[in-house]
Design a protein around this ligand. Structure first.
Ligand code: MG
Length: 399
């Protein structure tokens, strides 16, 4: 029997808000999409696996989809999820009898769940993985005021199932479902279209691990499930919502360079030496932010061996670090920093520096503090040969 899979990854994952396609965000060291692709490729039941992607990713496929063998095909998706699945369906080989549709946003699907859903569909024509509701389900009264819903009725919990993917169909069932969709019917899954087309769809016991990643909270949970923070999630106390990071840096003062501190050019006869603009304050804060997010350090992301960062604005590097922290699920709560310098006096510039840093940190200026200290004439800083900066950053997990 010829069996094909359609992996729907055509969305752009805007609700995750990470600034790049959700399916390429890493969980457990692999892009979200690669988890499902690997799982389906590991099964020899599939003669064809069609991955439906945003068109720009088809012309420039991610590394995890390159050179994966002749069974894997990449095609461009449509405006809605159902259009993407329809595009995938059009690309199936002639002899395919059964199709499994899976949503790439569910990376933890396993072989057992795929096989059970597939076997039920082979037997009955159509089947989906679904989880029994464990909470009591209330249906809002459609007459109640918008934004202030009132219970219309309580549904019998033992009849409620929450649909997941995989969803599997005999080819004629999926053809009917897709035809309804093409006729203008909107649906959030193929099973809804199959039902409407008059087919019976079997419910197969789904898996609580088979979560769908839609929001930042889902992503944090998926990463915990994949052991990204180390260890088994069940054996670990819940990760703290607050994280602190420390940063330190020192640059030599030399003639003929502008002095940049916190993204502000400070009038002075000398400036700091370095590969970038050598903004020692931004560097210390960048390390504090990356450290709190568990995202490495400035040298790893912006090495001075890389020409891209020659003369770079360190305020821009800080902005990038804040985006990386955001991607890891954190935002900045507050930053406190000390600049140790004999000359020039920092006080007249603190307000401008705080405003500049607050912009890069996406934080309110009231949560950014910068203090100037001298070194009392002691050591290299005291002799005016260098400026150092210390910083701490507090980050919080965002939903
Ligand atoms: Mg530095």
């Amino acid at each position: 029997m010829q069996i094909a899979a359609i992996i729907a990854a055509g969305g752009r994952g805007l609700r995750l808000g990470v600034g790049r396609p959700k399916q390429l965000v890493e969980v457990g060291g692999r892009p979200i999409l690669q988890h499902s692709v690997d799982t389906f490729l590991a099964s020899d039941r599939f003669s064809q696996i069609v991955v439906v992607l945003p068109p720009e990713l088809v012309s420039d496929p991610p590394a995890c989809l390159q050179a994966r063998g002749p069974r894997l095909q990449l095609i461009g998706g449509g405006a809605r999820r159902q259009d993407s699945v329809a595009n995938g369906f059009d690309r199936l080989a002639g002899g395919v009898e059964v199709i499994v549709v899976h949503d790439a946003a569910r990376p933890f699907v396993d072989r057992d769940l795929i096989d059970r859903t597939l076997d039920a569909a082979i037997e009955t024509g159509a089947a989906i993985a679904a989880l029994r509701a464990s909470d009591t389900v209330k249906q809002a009264d459609p007459e109640s005021a918008a934004g202030r819903p009132v219970i219309g009725r309580t549904l019998a919990r033992d009849t409620i199932f929450l649909a997941q993917t995989p969803q599997a169909f005999r080819v004629e069932v999926l053809r009917d479902a897709i035809a309804l969709g093409r006729a203008g019917r909107e649906a959030t899954d193929e099973a809804a279209l199959a039902e409407e087309a008059g087919h019976r769809v079997r419910l197969v016991e789904g898996s609580a691990r088979n979560i769908k990643i839609t929001t930042c909270q889902d992503l944090a949970m998926a990463r915990a499930m994949a052991g990204d923070a180390g260890g088994d999630v069940a054996a670990r106390p819940a990760a703290s919502a607050l994280r602190v990071g420390a940063g330190y840096d020192l640059h030599r003062l030399v003639d003929g360079r502008p002095l940049m501190l916190g993204g502000v050019t400070i009038p002075h006869c000398r400036g700091l030496q370095g590969h970038s603009d050598a903004d020692v304050l931004c560097h210390a804060i960048t390390d504090a932010v990356l450290g709190a997010a568990g995202s490495g350090d400035i040298g790893r992301h912006f090495p001075d061996s890389d020409d891209r960062w020659r003369g770079a604005s360190s305020l821009d590097l800080l902005r990038r670090a804040v985006a990386m922290a955001r991607e890891a699920g954190f935002r900045v709560v507050n930053v406190d920093a000390v600049v140790v310098t004999e000359q020039p006096r920092l006080a007249p510039h603190v307000e401008a520096i705080v405003r500049s840093l607050a912009g890069a940190l996406s934080a309110d200026p009231s949560s950014v503090s910068v203090k100037g200290k001298t070194n009392e004439g002691v050591g290299e800083i005291g002799r005016g040969e260098a400026i150092a900066a210390h910083a701490v950053a507090l980050l919080e997990r965002v939903p």
